[in-house]
Design a protein around this ligand. Structure first.
Ligand code: SF4
Length: 457
């Protein structure tokens, strides 16, 4: 009997939403949307115009929340907007005027909120997670309702005291780590994609056809972000005034189409394009996070347009990527605030390496080796975004993560992958321990490293 198996849906890992950060934008939007629902669950007798809403942001949400759009995300959620459906143009216009008041509708009453309702707390807070937010409904000093939320990376949230009920159903083939996953494949005579489909069907009730349609839609959103980013030459929002680079690289790649460099320049351009769209606050797909939302779109755009993989091969690749994402999320973390950048770009690179290798070989051993190599060479990578914007080093880091994924695929498929000395489970354990040991300064707080060179930009 496998205790506490992985029950995450593929579509909880790959989520559509506005950039630039899944933990600082998508998570807080979902948390404040949940708080809005809780407000509306109160008795109408408790609601009147004397009430106020206050939002307190702690830890990494406080340190880099401004650059990551956390304040706008909190307002958006309280206005009833969700990441999947919110209009990125309206979203980026929120709080442009810091005096503007927004009406939060609770039953028939409108409670105003503004920039002043959001407090970026500087002090320490006793919380089990790096990204914590507390939402309060107050009547003068008296608390009418209060909830504490944790944004744990990739847009996943927990509410304090709420039982974690990601699914009431159980997977068809339970596993918690790579060793158990391989045992399930072997004892049931399944391929990885057959197991992934069976589990998704058992967990969500969706049919195979519906799952395929949703994977195709996710790929379509990823590739739309790449295409938009290849054309847009505008300067990115924020005080760094960073120029987009993807269109330039794309033009260069087309001119060098017959040289040996062109394949890498195309890949770099695709990754930068999706990452720059994320930095601009446009719609992207978490893979597994928004900060790392350029790696897999860049690789899948390459697979589709240069290697001409079929829709079915692309889907199988996405399932392999999801399997690795689940293992990291379950056994370490995909959050930059908990693991540094190895949790975001490291996980994305491992997922992309798994995808490339599974598409090319269908070998579970080679896929495991590729994912292990990709994580191994991201261990200890810090998160220190300049000015709290998901731009430097984040955008180029997506391209580097994709190139490392490609090389991990080449290394894993050269020779006998079953002779690989380090297992994926071991390297994920090391990742968790490294993230735990890493100073808080290097975990999405912009208090050290590159972030301190902000004045040079
Ligand atoms: S440095 Fe890495 S983890 Fe940190 S915000 Fe940028 S992409 Fe995310």
């Amino acid at each position: 009997m496998i205790k506490n198996p992985i029950t995450t849906s593929i579509f909880d890992l790959f989520k559509i939403g506005p950039g630039p950060s899944s933990s600082h934008t998508i998570g807080p939007m979902k948390a404040s949307y949940d708080f809005l629902k809780e407000l509306n669950a109160l008795s109408p007798n408790q609601i009147d115009t004397s009430l106020q809403i206050q939002i307190h942001l702690y830890g990494s949400l406080s340190a880099t929340g401004k650059g990551h759009g956390t304040d706008r995300a909190v307002i958006a959620g309280l206005l009833g907007w969700t990441p999947e459906t919110c209009d990125p143009v309206l979203f980026s216009a929120l709080l442009k005027d810091t005096t503007e008041q927004y009406p939060v509708k609770v039953h028939e009453i409108e409670i105003p909120i503004s920039a002043e309702s959001i407090v970026f707390e500087k002090g320490k807070y006793d919380s089990p997670y790096a990204n914590t937010m507390v939402l309060k409904l107050l009547r003068a000093e008296q608390v009418v309702l209060q909830h504490e939320y944790y944004s744990v990376g990739g847009g996943f949230i927990y509410r304090k005291g709420q039982k974690v009920t990601t699914s009431t159903l159980t997977p068809a083939y339970p596993y918690t780590n790579m060793k158990e996953l391989k045992a399930q494949l072997q004892s049931n005579g399944l391929t990885l994609s057959e197991l992934m489909y069976a589990n998704e069907i058992a967990l969500t009730g969706a049919s195979r056809k519906e799952i395929d349609k949703k994977i195709d839609a996710i790929l379509d959103f990823m590739h739309k972000a790449v295409k938009r980013g290849l054309k847009d030459k505008r300067v990115l929002p924020g005080t760094i005034k960073l120029r987009r680079k993807a269109p330039l690289l794309y033009e260069k790649a087309k001119k060098l189409a017959l040289t040996s460099d062109s394949f890498l320049i195309f890949l770099n351009a695709y990754c930068l394009a999706a990452s720059e769209e994320n930095a601009a606050g446009n719609i992207v797909v978490t893979a597994p996070t928004s900060g790392a939302s350029g790696v897999i779109p860049g690789i899948t755009y390459l697979l589709k347009n240069h290697f001409h993989y079929s829709p079915n091969e692309m889907r199988e690749g996405m399932l392999a990527a999801a399997a690795v994402g689940f293992l990291v999320k379950h056994n370490a973390s995909i959050s930059g605030a908990e693991m540094g950048c190895m949790g975001e770009i490291g996980s994305a690179s491992a997922m992309a390496a798994a995808m490339l290798t599974y598409c090319a070989t269908k070998s579970i051993h080679a896929m495991e080796s590729a994912a292990e190599i990709a994580i191994e060479h991201h261990l200890g990578m810090t998160c220190d975004p300049i000015g709290g914007y998901v731009q430097i080093p984040c955008i180029e880091r997506n391209a580097m993560g994709a190139v490392k994924a490609y090389n991990a695929f080449l290394l894993a498929t050269a020779g006998d992958s079953s002779l690989q000395k380090i297992s994926l489970d071991s390297v994920i354990k090391v990742m968790k321990a490294t993230g735990k040991d890493m100073s808080k300064k290097y975990k999405e707080t912009s208090e050290a490293g590159l972030a301190l060179s902000a004045t040079e930009c």
